[in-house]
Design a binder for this molecule. Structure first.
Ligand code: CTP
Length: 403
């Protein structure tokens, strides 16, 4: 899966002959499952029609702040467009637009949107060789880079003028792979290995029965997805769960019982940088598992239970470089209990869910958490979807890794 999958890409097209290649560029982004919106400078419409681009991008194409001909036309809000984008690409970027953007000129919709954008911006310059070599163009590119933008270098070859030299816009395939590589190289968890436990455990009573709990695994799977989206290689050790995950960076290892989860977790722990234990591990298991199905009779049945091994605490005892995060599901004295777990289990942070909060905990799509760090600082969060909560947790861990 591409890092651009599901991402919102704003493509700014300026008036260069290479604009004809943007039809292919839009197709490539769409094929990668990205959402594409196009802004054209008015003059670029001489090189490729808005209809081609709106058809390929499946979105209206904007080029002016509003359409004078159309009374019902809405104001094209450059701030909204700028904030909408996850990535902004200007291709082809002419010497004129590069110079205007480098100097904060904003006399068309594309330029104004650039000034409003908060996302990473890429420029794929395209112009004749002498224009590309000109000190003023070099200065514009240099200035734009110094603002944190990325330049996708022009290539050498035959130019529209018939001259041969540097100034050709990079090919659409190369532009896409430049952006993908750039995003990957900047992901905050690139090169990190993350272990996550998720879901419930089932403790066998006999061949057909078990002691389990209502954990769905949603929180752990959302964490795995988010860590992988940020570049980590993830080992997701999951108890029985209906959740699915499709991410080439996530290795799912299925387990059933607490003992199995303990063994597999210890197998991976020594090689990881971060471990997040979100599984709802059974605290007790039957002391003896019946070989045959237990038959009912009229008398009551007593079963002896023994404690399972505490996986989190066992990792706290052996951890070296690993950033170890536990979960605490509490019903009363939440903060005090969670803080005492941090100390007892030698954690770097704990994620507290209180069952007193509506929408928090098991089998819901939402969660409300407080993250407490090892210095016992508390950070409460609003009720959010588990996907959003996973983002908060992973971001918090990243901020602590750097601290
Ligand atoms: N945990 C674990 N192994 C166990 C039990 C729990 O790794 N056998 C982990 C959970 O994944 C979670 C954390 O420990 O990250 C807290 O679990 P919880 O049941 O809330 O806490 P306990 O330590 O079991 O304490 P108590 O039941 O008394 O609240």
């Amino acid at each position: 899966m591409s890092v651009l999958s599901g991402k919102k890409i704003l493509l700014g097209i300026t008036a260069g002959i290479a604009a004809y290649k943007t039809a292919n560029l839009v197709r490539l982004f769409i094929k990668l499952d990205a959402d594409v919106k196009v802004i054209m400078t008015p003059a670029s419409k001489d090189f490729i029609t808005p209809l081609t681009l709106s058809t390929l991008s499946k979105n209206p194409v904007h080029s002016t702040f509003y359409d004078k001909e159309d009374e019902n036309e809405l104001w094209n809000n450059h701030v909204d467009l700028g904030l909408w984008a996850d990535y902004f690409l200007v291709a082809p970027a002419t010497a004129n637009t590069l110079s205007k953007m480098a100097n904060g000129v904003c006399d068309n919709l594309l330029l104004a949107t650039y000034l409003s954008a908060k996302c990473p911006v890429y420029f794929a310059p395209a112009m004749d060789l002498d224009m590309y070599k000109h000190p003023s163009t070099k200065a514009s590119l240099h200035k734009l880079q110094s603002f944190g933008n990325s330049i996708i270098p022009a290539t050498s070859g035959e130019l529209a003028s018939g001259l041969i030299g540097e100034g050709r816009m990079a090919e659409p395939e190369d532009i896409v792979s430049f952006i993908e590589k750039d995003i990957l190289s900047k992901l905050p968890l690139k090169g990190k290995k993350v272990l996550i436990t998720a879901g419930p455990t089932y403790e066998a009573i006999d061949p057909v029965r078990f002691i389990g709990n209502h954990s769905s695994g949603k929180m752990g799977f959302a964490l795995a997805n988010e860590a992988a989206n940020l570049g980590a290689e993830v080992f997701l050790i999951s108890g029985p769960s209906q959740q699915q995950i499709k991410n080439s960076l996530v290795h799912r290892i299925n387990v059933v019982s607490a003992d199995e989860m303990y063994n597999v977790t210890h197998l991976y722990f020594k090689d990881v940088d971060i471990a997040i234990l979100s599984a709802a591990v059974a605290d007790y298991k039957p002391k003896n598992i019946a070989n045959q199905k237990i038959k009912k009779d009229s008398s009551s049945l007593t079963m002896q239970l023994e404690p399972t091994k505490d996986i989190l605490a066992s990792l706290g005892l052996i951890k070296e470089k690993q950033f170890l995060v536990g979960f605490a599901l509490e019903t009363n004295n939440e903060i005090e209990n969670a803080k005492s777990k941090i100390k007892r289990k030698n954690l770097d942070a704990i994620v507290l869910n209180s069952l007193q909060d509506k929408g928090a905990g098991f089998a819901t799509n939402t969660n409300k958490i407080t993250i407490i760090d090892k210095n016992l600082n508390e950070k409460p969060f609003e009720l959010k979807s588990k996907t959003e909560v996973a983002k908060d947790i992973i971001n918090e861990i990243i901020s602590k890794l750097d601290a």
